[in-house]
Design a protein around this ligand. Sequence first.
Ligand SMILES: Cc1cc2nc3c(=O)[nH]c(=O)nc-3n(C[C@H](O)[C@H](O)[C@H](O)COP(=O)(O)O)c2cc1C
Length: 186
Amino acid sequence: MNRFIIAVTGASGIIYAKRLFDYLKNKAELHVIVSERGAELIRLELSSGISCFSGDNVTLHKNSKVNASIASGSFKTGGMVIVPASMGTLGRIAGGISSSLIERVADVTLKEKRKLIVVPREAPLSTIHLKNLLALDQAGALILPASPGFYNHPKSIDDLADFVVARILDHLDVDQDLVPPYQPKN
Ligand SMILES: Cc1cc2nc3c(=O)[nH]c(=O)nc-3n(C[C@H](O)[C@H](O)[C@H](O)COP(=O)(O)O)c2cc1C
């Protein structure tokens, strides 16, 4: 289904969310939620406001509005991506604490057995982080770390970001031409 939810939280790596958003915005119906800290990181890393996540087929939801339409299981989507995903948000989702719209929609996505792709960015990882990631994996989420490969010889920061964005799109079943499939040289 060409309807996706993108949640932006307060981890470093806002560029991943922005490149994903820009790739999808004219191809799908998008619902975007930005946490308070996510908005701070957007300002810090993109020198922009949350309005950089707006567009024609885009709805920008307030994270405090836990009763939004997208918080219901009856609101069908092709999946939710939390990018970048802070350890705080992931811990709260792993604990079932649906106190914000991001947490509630993630909870609904898991209970409805839809795709939940989380793109964590933290280093190093504590035992608590690893346990939360394992709990999310066991609940059906896909853990897709913000960890670009270098074998395609990236020339720019956008190339590095696109490596991760391409993997997200692959898992959303969206055809992408950002990064070609790996071809061995010999
Ligand atoms: C500049 C800055 C960078 C941060 N980077 C990360 C990060 O990469 N990963 C992470 O898990 N938390 C990071 N944090 C901490 C989170 O922003 C913090 O835990 C926050 O409460 C997360 O809120 P949220 O999950 O509601 O967005 C960072 C905080 C700041 C101020």
